[in-house]
Design a binder for this molecule. Structure first.
Ligand code: ZN
Length: 455
């Protein structure tokens, strides 16, 4: 709290930070500006290549393959891992789990978790409609987006087609193809006083074309995916802000992009495990789909994907089920999901003593009602990782009259009985089509994740 009113520059890394007791700590080995720039460029590339959860998996898979990982079939038995360091991953739909076994000891798991999905507007099947002389689309609201943030944006279409043989092909339009035009102020005179009120059904039909011709989405999707129309069995499409990720601010200390929640954490997890070496225990990253809608799915944190893979890895290491079960209480999980940074125009919405500031470090998220899985014990592994990575951190609690969200952390902890700590990069505009976070916080997260995975 002591330095809150001072201005801060993200690229000036050697500055005091707050620790868990809100006293300032110093970063002992400040990152060079050029290394932070390269890191953020890489984050922006990841975001731009990943308009949907399935694209996140494809982007992560490419990076892992480049780093020498083996892509195992999620539906096949794993080979014998005994006596070998194995770097591998499996995928299913919008979820990916990667792992690295240890040359030293494989008696526990060290897991970094995140989610691949983001709130937004998905298209229904046969979404094409006509309104006056416009071709329009029928959308389904996915999760809890800030709907007003989708108005007057030039929107791409992205998604995946599924072929009759089960094959999947991803697609994204190279240029914007749709827009949700806001009603002119002349026809909504009270909008600046009353706010934008959107009927989720009637007012969320984006303009897709003009004239009488109906342009079928599945034909556009097939063309973009490079699949012949007769081979397409089904299509899943969503709308995506066309704007690429970029730096923001007079001091370039912010990153603006869609889907920072939670692709930022996915990127950090992939970067951390791709560059990992010398880990003690089996290092794992788990990128789940469907967090924004409750995580209950085959590829969500509420499903069995992680649990089953951990057991299969243990089996491949030559362990009995009993030995596997003894690994779980010794294991730990770092659940990464962005946190609400203090908003300069709404400071009263935060608990000032426990609210994270942009560019002051990754936040340790705690809630004794178990909306976050952090405990005094599980927090220790995060603090040790920050220490090892030479970065500071902040603490986050919600106001008592302002309930917080939740994450995959409590779900993973409940399913697996693994000590879990919830952390996240502070950001503004959470669930907007365009979110904002701090450069130095984003650059810190992969370092923390790597230190955590190393054990
Ligand atoms: Zn999230």
């Amino acid at each position: 709290m002591t330095s809150r009113s001072k201005s801060r520059s993200a690229t000036k890394a050697a500055k005091p930070r707050r620790n868990a007791s809100n006293s300032a700590v110093s970063r002992r080995q400040p990152s060079s500006t050029s290394s932070v720039d390269a890191t953020i460029d890489d984050l922006c590339s990841f975001l731009d290549q990943s308009p949907t959860a399935h694209h996140v998996v494809a982007t992560a898979a490419r990076r892992l393959l480049d780093a020498g990982f083996v892509w195992f079939d999620n539906a096949s038995e794993l080979p014998d891992f005994t006596g070998r360091v194995v770097k591998g991953f499996v995928t299913r739909g919008g979820a990916l789990i990667a792992f690295v076994t240890s040359a030293r000891s494989n008696d526990k798991f060290r897991i970094v978790g995140a989610h691949t999905d983001s709130p937004g507007l998905h298209l229904k099947s046969n979404p094409e409609g006509v309104a006056v002389n416009f071709g329009t689309l029928e959308v389904e609201v996915y999760g809890s987006p800030l709907l007003n943030s989708w108005l007057d944006r030039d929107l791409d279409i992205a998604g995946h087609v599924v072929k009759g043989d089960g094959g999947v092909a991803l697609f994204r339009s190279a240029s914007p193809v749709a827009r949700l035009p806001q009603l002119a102020i002349h026809l909504d005179r009270g909008v600046n006083e009353n706010g934008v009120v959107l009927d989720k059904h009637a007012h969320l039909r984006p303009v897709w074309s003009t004239g009488d011709d109906i342009i079928p989405v599945h034909a556009v999707a097939a063309h973009l995916a490079g699949v012949s129309l007769e081979d397409v069995a089904t299509t899943h499409s969503q709308l995506v802000d066309h704007e690429p990720a970029r730096l923001l601010g007079a001091d370039a200390s912010l990153v603006a992009s869609g889907r920072l929640d939670n692709q930022l954490s996915c990127w950090a997890a992939v970067d951390a495990i791709a560059k990992l070496s010398g880990n003690d225990g089996v290092a794992v990253i788990a990128l789940f789909d469907h967090e924004e809608v409750g995580s209950d799915s085959t590829t969500g944190a509420g499903g069995p994907m992680l649990e089953h893979l951990l057991e299969r890895i243990a089996e491949s290491l030559g362990k009995s089920r009993g030995e596997y079960l003894t690994m779980l209480p010794k294991s730990s999980c770092l659940s990464c999901d962005n946190a609400h940074a203090v908003h300069p125009n709404y400071q009263e919405r935060h608990d000032h003593k426990h609210a994270p500031l942009i560019n002051q470090g990754v936040a340790l998220k705690t809630n004794s009602n178990q909306r976050y899985a952090t405990s005094a014990s599980s927090a220790v592994a995060f603090l040790a990782a920050c220490d090892s990575a030479n970065v500071g951190h902040q603490v986050f609690f919600s106001r008592n009259n302002m309930p917080c969200g939740s994450t995959i952390g409590p779900i993973t902890a409940t399913r697996l009985g693994i000590d879990t700590v919830d952390v996240g990069v502070p950001q503004l505009s959470m669930h907007s089509a365009r979110e904002v976070c701090g450069v130095s916080d984003a650059a810190d997260l992969p370092k923390i994740a790597r230190a955590f995975l190393r054990g």
